[in-house]
Design a protein around this ligand. Structure first.
Ligand SMILES: NC(=O)c1ccc[n+]([C@@H]2O[C@H](COP(=O)([O-])OP(=O)(O)OC[C@H]3O[C@@H](n4cnc5c(N)ncnc54)[C@H](OP(=O)(O)O)[C@@H]3O)[C@@H](O)[C@H]2O)c1
Length: 342
């Protein structure tokens, strides 16, 4: 076993230029219910980038190892661990203490990649309840995309969206969350209207199964297009990743009593939005915060049964981590930006 634990960390000042490699001691004193995992891959989320920049939580304590997502192999187990054995392939859950049901404030403070150290490290120690099994048909790189973007999307589409076959889902942009939403929606036999700023990316979402496509930079009144495409009824479910900049249009594109799953704020987080469409049309605006272990296990069952493959845009090496973050920030990606080091 290696003597040290290589990590990428923000030591004392936020900023991508301050994200550096460091050596920490290998966690040898793992608790009786803990599991030492040799991590092999991570995927980057927009949250991770904001965390590195000090924009997600400027009061985040440093040093911090970023990254909400990871995948790896069990290296050793504490003496009371019953769920895992050496060699098992595992994925750490995003909110380590959130195992089932609604979260409490304590479990929401147990998230990886801030406030807790994240997965951009060679070895991590996790409580045995803070892990799920890796879907066997996926590589670690593929599986490292599931814990944050995948689970958020699954909860939005399946648990909060309650999507039925034949219903219409509108996805905004082609980030990690939206692409998973297209895949889950197609898995459920639903119809997908997908938007993007890029015609090239729209061709790719068609190949992924999207039924209708809209370039939101060319058709800036995309909410009208959605209404036309749904015989003026509106979409049943909207995967809202834009936030303040897109929510007013989503309110026009949703059907009465439809659900807007409010997930991201890529186009702003503050707004003076009119409440009338919510009141007068019974629209449900549902915030989504990733999900718990129970939902992660259910999602993995669905992913395994349907042999769903996450869309990977690029795999960066350990030494290329800052480049990977820059690439994510550029918005050029289609699918998940990942890092692998095994
Ligand atoms: N609530 C939660 O639990 C949770 C979990 C995961 C992520 N999130 C949030 O959800 C958002 C999306 O996350 P992600 O991981 O999918 O991000 P991502 O992979 O970085 O998505 C980037 C893509 O979003 C699209 N986009 C950007 N601005 C847009 C706009 N104004 N309208 C429509 N699309 C736009 C662009 O797609 P095109 O290039 O195709 O235009 C861009 O390539 C982020 O704000 C993230 O923080 C929240």
């Amino acid at each position: 076993m290696a003597k040290g634990n290589k990590v990428w960390e923000i030591k004392d000042t936020f900023g991508l230029e301050n994200l550096k490699q460091a050596d920490r001691p290998l966690p040898t004193d793992i608790g009786t219910e803990d599991v030492l995992v040799r991590l092999t891959a991570t995927s980057l989320n927009f949250r991770d980038y904001l965390m590195v920049m000090g924009k997600y939580n400027p009061r985040q304590k440093l040093p911090l190892v970023p990254c909400s997502d990871g995948a790896g192999i069990v290296e050793s187990v504490g003496k009371n661990v019953t769920k895992w054995k050496v060699g098992d392939r595992v994925l750490p859950i995003f909110a380590q203490k959130w195992t089932a049901g609604p979260p409490d404030m304590d479990s929401l403070r147990s998230t990886l990649g801030g406030p807790n150290d994240g997965c951009l490290m060679e070895y991590g120690s996790f409580n045995e309840n803070g892990l799920v099994a890796t879907p066997p048909h996926l590589t670690d790189i593929e599986a490292a995309t599931l814990g944050c973007a995948g689970l958020t999307s699954y909860n939005a589409v399946i648990n909060f969206g309650g999507l039925q076959p034949g219903q219409t889902v509108l996805t905004l942009g082609t980030g990690g969350v939206s692409l998973f939403a297209i895949q889950f929606a197609k898995m459920m036999g639903a119809r997908v209207i997908a938007t993007s700023s890029s015609d090239e990316k729209l061709e790719k979402v068609k190949a992924l199964g999207a039924d209708e496509i809209i370039n939101y930079t060319k058709k800036t009144n995309w909410e009208r297009e959605v209404r036309k495409l749904t015989n003026m009824r509106g979409a049943d479910l909207i995967i809202e990743v834009g936030g303040a900049g897109t929510l007013p249009k989503s309110m026009m594109a949703i059907r009465p009593y439809g659900t807007i799953a409010l997930i991201g704020v890529l186009a702003g987080g503050e707004s003076n939005i009119s409440l009338y469409p919510i009141l007068m049309q019974g629209v449900k605006v549902q915030g989504v915060i990733v999900g718990n272990r129970f939902d992660f296990e259910n999602m993995n069952q669905a992913i395994s049964h349907n042999k769903l493959k996450p869309v990977i845009d690029r795999v960066f090496s350990w030494d290329e981590v800052p480049m990977a973050f820059q690439y994510l920030q550029s918005g050029k990606h289609f699918g998940k930006v990942t890092v692998s080091w095994s």
